[in-house]
Design a protein around this ligand. Structure first.
Ligand SMILES: [Zn+2]
Length: 259
């Protein structure tokens, strides 16, 4: 029985991969020299990767861009190739430890020029993730702001991609889920809980207050700081930093040291 089960599973896996290759593969567009220049000049994470990892980063980014639909909203008339490139690069950075993870459930990325009014909770927003509709929504202005101040620990793109990643891990229909090792998640959750309590008491001097709101917010803010203020994070709370390194299967500090 077990053998049959495995066999059917493998056949299913094979056809699913084939299906994806046909569906997405045909849409893949190679990044141009100018695109790669943009990454080199504006995306320090990419610049600091080894040559081999840069190649991998590019091919994953090409796949990501082929999979997603980018939609301009509000006053924004067009999503330019550069916008797609930078939003996509942020997603690839956050998920770089996981081969084959492209946040598949979130097939549409909506870009607003500035803040937008969300009908869900009747508030102005800069970004959100909608698991019901499979949307990642970003304000371009805020995205750029996060991105230009790359050591502030505040980055809308990383924040929303982190939300999407945590949700994707729990989604069970598209063969992308459960990429977080449960043991590593447990270890992370123990450290996260301690830090969250510190934030709630006002005793944390690295994480902003909104990280104390709930587990989702904590994870998203922790990833902003993990990627943008890695050294301070590791010095401030080495146990939590290490737990995230193991969970995300990458270490931004090593990245900087490798060059
Ligand atoms: Zn959030």
């Amino acid at each position: 029985m077990y053998f049959l089960h495995r066999l059917f599973f493998s056949i299913g896996e094979f056809f699913y991969t084939l299906f994806l290759r046909l569906k997405v593969g045909s849409k893949i567009q190679k990044l141009s020299k100018e695109d790669i220049n943009v990454l080199e000049n504006l995306f320090p994470y990419y610049k600091n990767l080894s040559k081999e990892h840069q190649k991998d980063f590019i091919s994953r980014l090409e796949w990501f861009l082929a999979e997603k639909e980018f939609i301009p909203r509000g006053e924004l008339k067009k999503v330019t190739p550069e916008m797609k490139l930078l939003v996509g690069a942020t997603a690839i950075m956050v998920t770089f430890g996981f081969r084959g993870v492209f946040l598949r459930h979130f097939s549409k990325i909506l870009l607003y020029p500035d803040s937008y009014y969300s009908t869900i909770n009747q508030k102005y927003h800069y970004g959100e993730v909608n698991p019901k509709l499979g949307l990642i929504v970003l304000s371009w202005e805020k995205f750029v702001e996060g991105f230009m101040h790359s050591q502030s620990g505040i980055n809308l793109g990383i924040h929303e991609m982190a939300h999407a990643m945590k949700l994707e891990n729990q989604i069970h229909y598209n063969r992308e889920s459960n990429f977080f090792n449960p043991y590593r998640w447990e270890r992370y959750a123990v450290e996260a809980k301690k830090e969250k309590e510190k934030i709630q008491k006002g005793d944390s001097n690295l994480f902003r207050k909104s990280a104390g709101a709930n587990d989702h917010e904590f994870f998203a803010v922790a990833l902003e700081v993990f990627f943008e203020r890695s050294l301070e994070f590791a010095a401030y709370n080495p146990a939590l930093y290490k737990a995230l390194v193991y969970l995300l299967k990458q270490d931004p500090i090593q990245l900087h040291n490798s060059n």
